[in-house]
Ligand binder design. Structure first.
Ligand code: GTP
Length: 400
C-alpha cells in the first residue's frame, strides 16, 4: 500500500503538497505558501484545545488560590497583615483574573483570533508569578518550592496553536525570566532554591520538546496527506481537471452565492464530436491523448478564479463561470470551441482532412435554479448543437 502511495506522489510531482512530502520537513517548516496555510489551519484547529486548556488552568490555579488560604491561615487572623501577604493575594488573583478574562475571548467567535496572542502572555505571567509568590512565601518564613514551573513548561508545549519553535522559545524565556526575577527579588539567596529546580525544569523542557516535536511532525504529515487526498478526490485522474463531484459541489455553492449577490452563473457543456470514430481508427491510447489536449485547452481558456473547468466523464467536459452575462458566456464558449478546433488534431475517423471539434451547449442560471435544472437545460442545447451539425455553440436562449 505504502509503495503505491509513494508511486502516486511521484505522479503528482507538480502538486505543492506532494512536493513538500517528498522534500521532507524535519525542521518543522514548509515552503512559505504552505507554511502560511498550515499556520492558519493550526490557529483555527487549536481553538478547541485552548478552550479545554483554559478550563484546566482555571481549575488548577483555583486550587492554588484555596491552598493560599489554607497555608496562610495563621497569618490571616492577624490584625495587621504583613505586606507580603497582600502581595501574595494580589499576584495570585491577578493571574486568576487574566485566566478568567480569556474565557469570553475563547467563547466569542469574533474575539477568538486574540486568544493565540494571549496564550504565551498568560503562560509567562503564570510562570513568573509562581516565582514571585513563592519568594514572598519565603519572605514570610514558609518553605517553598518552584516545582509549579514544571507545570508551566508542560503548558508551553501543550498543543495550543503555537508552533514548535515558538513554544521552545517561550520555554527558554520562561526559565531565564524566572531566574532573572528570582535574582532581582532575592539576590544570590535565590540561587540554591533555583538550582534544585533548574535541573528538573530543563529535563521537563527536553522531554516536552521531544514529545511536541513528534506531535507536530505527525500533524504536519497529516495536513499534507489530507490536502493530497482532497486533491485526488476532486480531480479527474486522466486529465487533472476537476471531476464531476467537485464541479457539482462548486456550482451548487455558486448558485447560492449568486442569489444573494444578484449575479448569474454560466454553465457550458462540451462534447467531442465523433469521438468513437476517433478511438476506432486511432486506438484508445491516442484517444486518451486527445482528451488530455482538449482538457489542457479548456483549462488554459478558463484561468479566472471564477471559472472552473471539469471533465464529467468520457468525452464530455464542462465549464462553469461565476458572475457572467449571456453575451460574455456565449463569447467565452465560442473561444473555447475555437481553441480546441485550433489545436488542429487530425481526425482520421472522418472523411477528408477534418480535425477534432466539439459541440457546445451553454445556459445561464435562472432565479431559484439548482444544479440539476441548470445541467438539464444545458444538456438539451448540447443535444441541439449535435443535431444541428456539431462543431458549434448553442445557447439555451436560442435553443428555446
Ligand atoms: N480514449 C478514451 N475513450 C473514451 C473514454 N471514455 C469514453 N470514451 C469513448 O468515447 C466514445 C464516446 O462515443 P459516443 O458517446 O458514441 O459519442 P461520439 O462518437 O463522440 O459521437 P457524438 O457525441 O454524437 O459526436 C466511446 O467510444 C467511448 O468508448 C476515455 O477515457 N478514453
Amino acid at each position: 500500500m505504502l509503495t503505491r502511495y509513494h508511486e502516486l506522489l511521484g505522479d503528482m510531482s507538480d502538486n505543492p503538497f506532494a512536493q513538500q512530502l517528498q522534500a521532507g520537513f524535519s525542521l518543522l517548516r514548509f515552503q512559505p505558501r504552505l507554511e502560511k496555510l498550515y499556520r492558519q489551519y493550526l490557529a483555527a484547529a487549536a481553538v478547541r484545545q485552548r478552550r479545554i486548556a483554559i478550563l484546566l488552568a482555571l481549575t488548577i490555579w483555583g486550587m492554588f488560590v484555596l491552598s493560599d488560604f489554607w497555608r496562610l491561615r495563621t497569618l490571616l487572623v492577624m490584625e495587621v497583615w504583613p505586606s507580603e501577604l497582600y502581595w501574595i493575594f494580589y499576584g495570585r488573583w491577578l493571574v486568576f483574573a487574566g485566566l478568567a478574562a480569556c474565557v469570553p475571548v475563547l467563547l466569542v467567535t469574533r474575539l477568538e483570533y486574540l486568544s493565540l496572542q494571549l496564550t504565551p502572555l498568560i503562560i509567562l505571567l503564570g510562570a513568573w508569578s509562581i516565582v514571585v509568590i513563592n519568594l514572598w512565601y519565603g519572605e514570610l518564613g514558609f518553605r517553598y518550592s518552584l516545582s509549579g514551573l514544571i507545570l508551566m513548561v508542560i503548558a508551553v508545549f501543550f498543543p495550543l496553536g503555537m508552533t514548535f519553535q515558538k513554544s521552545l522559545l517561550m520555554a527558554l524565556l520562561l526559565v531565564v525570566g524566572s531566574m532573572a526575577i528570582g535574582l532581582l527579588m532575592a539576590g544570590s539567596d535565590f540561587l540554591p532554591a533555583f538550582q534544585l529546580n533548574s535541573f528538573y525544569l530543563l529535563l521537563a523542557v527536553l522531554v516536552c520538546a521531544c514529545g511536541r516535536y513528534l506531535h507536530d511532525y505527525t500533524q504536519r504529515e497529516q495536513f499534507l496527506n489530507r490536502h493530497l487526498l482532497n486533491f485526488l478526490a476532486e480531480r479527474d485522474s486522466l486529465t487533472g481537471l476537476h471531476n464531476r463531484r467537485s464541479l457539482e459541489f462548486m456550482v451548487r455553492e455558486w448558485l447560492q452565492q449568486a442569489q444573494s449577490n444578484h449575479v448569474l452563473v454560466g454553465f457550458c457543456l462540451f462534447d467531442i464530436d465523433h469521438f468513437k470514430a476517433y478511438n476506432d481508427s486511432c486506438g484508445h491510447e491516442a484517444g486518451d491523448q486527445v482528451l488530455k489536449l482538449v482538457a489542457q485547452a479548456l483549462s488554459d481558456g478558463t484561468r479566472r478564479p471564477q471559472d472552473l473547468a471539469a471533465r464529467l466523464g468520457g468525452e464530455e467536459f464542462a465549464v462553469a463561470v461565476y458572475d457572467t452575462s449571456a453575451d460574455e458566456l456565449l463569447a467565452q464558449a465560442e473561444q473555447l470551441r475555437a481553441r480546441v478546433e485550433g489545436l488542429a488534431l487530425q481526425h482520421p475517423g472522418l472523411p477528408g482532412r477534418q480535425v477534432v471539434t466539439m459541440s457546445v451547449g451553454v445556459a445561464l442560471s435562472a432565479r431559484d435554479d439548482n444544479f440539476t435544472r441548470l445541467y438539464q437545460r444545458t444538456d438539451e442545447v448540447l443535444y441541439a448543437a449535435k443535431h444541428a451539425g456539431r462543431n458549434r455553440v448553442v445557447s439555451a436562449a436560442e435553443g428555446r
